[in-house]
Write a protein that binds this ligand. Structure first.
Ligand SMILES: Nc1nc2c(ncn2[C@@H]2O[C@H](COP(=O)(O)OP(=O)(O)O)[C@@H](O)[C@H]2O)c(=O)[nH]1
Ligand SMILES: Nc1ncnc2c1ncn2[C@@H]1O[C@H](COP(=O)(O)OP(=O)(O)O)[C@@H](O)[C@H]1O
Length: 206
């Protein structure tokens, strides 16, 4: 696909992916664009259709998948999620760096495509802290929370596989993790200098 090389962020539910990506898009508005996934899960309070996700029924989503509209799709915690070709094309057509927030299955499936992104894994300092964050977010029922924690263990094992990710960032202190994320994206500096009137990114610790 044309355009700058995308960036995939993956990691257990509740680790802080959305928090980090939103911070990045706010600081570098006009540089990064979010690939808006489709999902069959219900919107959470504050989430907006067409901004956080495209919220659809399972029938609509399955029809899209069958029609070949999706680059990848996966079942996560009882719901379907997927990246449509249109979602990525929309970002790339604006010459923005496409950010994808997808689960482990998405990572595996994207590796089989020609998207060729950079793969970043966001990890919690411990399972206890992950659980605390998920509970603190107050978005999940006890059942959904337990499912997510089970899946988190599998995702964390996968991230240890050699070559699974280009970069692993532990999100302990948010500012430190954000600095590391920007450092990981340092290679995009030149691209960003050319594409954006905003100041180039600085390496972590500068
Ligand atoms: N494979 C795939 N996973 C996705 C996609 N969109 C979101 N996800 C993942 O689905 C999981 C659940 O997302 P969500 O319901 O928003 O919960 P949260 O991660 O706890 O905020 C997370 O691991 C996301 O990274 C997608 O398009 N494809
Ligand atoms: N470094 C951090 N320290 C403490 N809380 C955090 C940190 N990063 C994120 N959080 C909080 O943890 C919760 C889950 O973060 P979120 O970005 O929704 O995770 P994800 O998108 O990976 O599911 C949110 O309430 C968020 O404010």
């Amino acid at each position: 696909m044309a355009g700058p090389r995308p960036v995939v962020c993956s990691g257990p539910s509740g680790v802080g992916k959305s928090t980090l990506l939103k911070k990045l898009m706010k600081e570098y508005e006009g540089v990064f664009g979010f690939s808006i996934s489709h999902t069959t899960r219900k919107p959470r309070p504050g989430e907006q259709n067409g901004i956080d996700y495209h919220y659809v029924t399972r029938d609509v989503m399955q029809a899209g998948i069958d029609n070949g509209d999706f680059i990848e799709s996966a079942e996560f915690s009882g719901n379907l999620y997927g990246t449509s070709k249109a979602a990525v094309q929309e970002v790339q057509s604006k010459n923005l760096i496409c950010l994808l927030d997808i689960d482990m299955q998405g990572v595996k499936n994207i590796k089989k495509t020609d998207l060729n992104p950079m793969f970043i894994s966001i990890q919690p300092p411990s399972m206890e802290i992950l659980e605390k964050r998920l509970r603190g977010r107050k978005t999940e029922s006890e059942e959904s929370l337990q499912k997510r924690l089970q899946t988190a263990k599998i995702e964390m094992e996968f991230s240890k596989e050699p070559g699974a990710f280009d970069v692993i960032i532990i999100n302990d202190n948010l500012d430190d993790a954000y600095a590391k994320l920007k450092d990981a994206l340092k290679e995009k500096q030149t691209q960003m200098q050319h594409q954006s009137p905003l100041p180039p990114m600085r390496a972590a610790g500068c």
